[in-house]
Design a binder for this molecule. Sequence first.
Ligand code: DAH
Length: 339
Amino acid sequence: MIDKIKALLQEVENMKAANAEELEALRIKYLSKKGEISSLMNDFRNVAADQKREVGQFLNQLKEATQNKINELKEGFDNVQTGNDDIDLTRTAYPVQLGTRHPLSIVKKEICDIFGRLGFSIAEGPEIEDDWHVFSSLNFAEDHPARDMQDTFFIQHNPDVLLRTHTSSVQTRVMENQEPPIRIICPGRVYRNEAISYRAHCFFHQVEALYVDKNVSFADLKQALLFFAKEMFGPETKIRLRPSYFPFTEPSAEMDISCNLCGGKGCAFCKHTGWVEILGCGMVDPNVLENCGIDSKVYTGYALGMGIERITNLKYQVKDLRMFSENDVRFLKQFESAN
Ligand code: DAH
């Protein structure tokens, strides 16, 4: 019987079928109830007890090999069939379209990375805020125009629920909850009730930086600003600080950089001044520190805030702010290589 099984094994191995019908005939020949293997199974009953083990193993092997071979031949037919129907091997491959980072995300990441190298870590806060965090804690007078409905979006006319108008609100949230030293950078979206045009939008993005510790001075601020400007716009970049006013800093300043288009010689972009304004900054007003529970006799700090759109415009000369929120792929794809 073993010889017969071996012969069948050989036969099965060489088995071929030209089409599905031939294959079905083979299946019936070997595997059906009246097929070769079933009849061997029947004969197995008569095998002497001491040989049952060996013969049984051969039989199982044969059954398995036959089933595998038939499956294999069947798969061959299946593939050929779908190949004819669905797959056109001559067609050019689809290129896989990868998405690209939004230019504002690219610049936001770059700003955060630069300050990260100075030891700043990222902090975030809510976009729907209250009056305390956006205005009162930051030393805004009761009648400050920024609190006006003209500038601020209030939610359901409740003067205490509003969309933040700047990311300075995150300063308060962190100072209320954390002991100095504090060194944070806060990127985020802000909202103002502005008519939409090429140069203004009702929402835009800012990055705020705050450093509070013992003995933080204006010189530290200036050094950080210079480092940032050179990293962001190139080593030739110069900075200048002009006195300014913000309720939450004293003294306050605005920083200009030498125009990165004409290198400071004067061009249409910098209105022939050689300088372009990029951010506001100053020493944290002691009132603000006290409002957040930080002893202003022990600690001092500096803060700065900038618009991400503004920095992006300077880097990439985007003339119309609205491009940033229209999601026109012809615009967005131009930033592919900046990823
Ligand atoms: N919050 C200001 C704005 O929205 C920007 C700003 C100016 C932030 C001076 C600061 C700062 O931290 O010191 O225009």
